[in-house]
Design a protein around this ligand. Structure first.
Ligand code: GLN
Length: 252
């Protein structure tokens, strides 16, 4: 409840920003940084690219999308840090993986040419490349986060296994694949999604889930406990509301 003491650190790890960062996915890290500050914490931002040292302290993990070639470039390194990521997930660390990294958090992504890019199997999902790219704004509904909006662009189509739950049900657009109405996947506090845009500026409920889970685990407090008085009402800002309504009505 302190408002004058030094802000408590929260460590945010962004995976592979060099190769896995398209359609503004970097914005997810920026949103976490800004909202942590608003909520009275000190964000400590780490980025991890192939060959880097894995940070000792990690409270939240985010990762973005990328071309198939980018997925190829990071694959070996990702398999090398798989054990650390599994340990974090089993310890209920919150994570958000978008598109290309969502696919590689699954068992594998097999491209149209039959080239299999092995994933870390943290999410019970498999992905197959198709000739039909799924492109456009997606409107989906989730019990936990309400309406989730974002932009999809992928050739891979993802199928969920028994070990995950869908993140949301698609109302407009395609999401995981053309056959079922699901978007994204959820395992413990790990969220996978196809939605770029970036996702978090338009969906602050998910940002607050990631931050709120991290500070509850680390400091045993609720989001807002460390914020300066008057700074707790971080609902949808006017700009966020505008971005959401434009995305909801524009197909591409
Ligand atoms: N290369 C993958 C696909 O097209 C991922 C694309 C992305 O991250 N936007 O399915």
């Amino acid at each position: 409840m302190s408002t004058t003491s030094t802000p408590k650190p929260v460590h945010v790890l962004q995976l592979y920003p060099r190769d896995m960062n398209i359609y503004g996915d970097f914005g997810n890290a920026l949103v976490l940084k800004q909202r942590l500050t608003w909520y009275g914490y000190q964000p400590v931002m780490h980025s991890y690219d192939p060959g880097d040292e894995f940070p000792e302290e990690v409270d939240v993990v985010v990762g973005g999308g990328g071309q198939d070639s980018g997925q190829d470039r990071i694959q070996q390194d990702l398999l090398g840090i798989s054990e650390k990521l599994h340990a974090l997930a089993e310890n209920d660390a919150p994570m958000l993986m978008i598109c290309g990294l969502y696919q590689l958090f699954g068992h594998y992504f097999e491209t149209r040419e039959g080239h299999r890019i092995q994933g870390i199997g943290l999410l019970d999902i498999t992905t197959y490349g198709t000739d039909n790219r799924l492109i456009g704004n997606v409107v989906s509904e989730s019990e936990e986060f309400g309406q989730i909006l974002g932009y999809e662009n992928h050739s891979g189509q993802t199928y969920l296994g028994e070990g995950v739950k869908p993140l949301a049900t698609v109302r407009t657009g395609e999401g995981n694949n053309e056959k079922d109405p699901h978007e994204g996947a959820r395992y413990r506090n790990v969220i996978g999604s196809y939605l770029h845009g970036s996702l978090l500026p338009k969906n602050p409920a998910i940002a607050d889930f990631l931050i709120g889970t991290a500070v509850a685990k680390k400091y045993g407090e609720a989001l807002g406990d460390s914020a300066a008085p008057g700074l707790t009402a971080l609902g949808l800002s006017e700009l966020t509301a505008q971005a959401r309504s434009v995305a909801a009505t524009r197909p591409r």
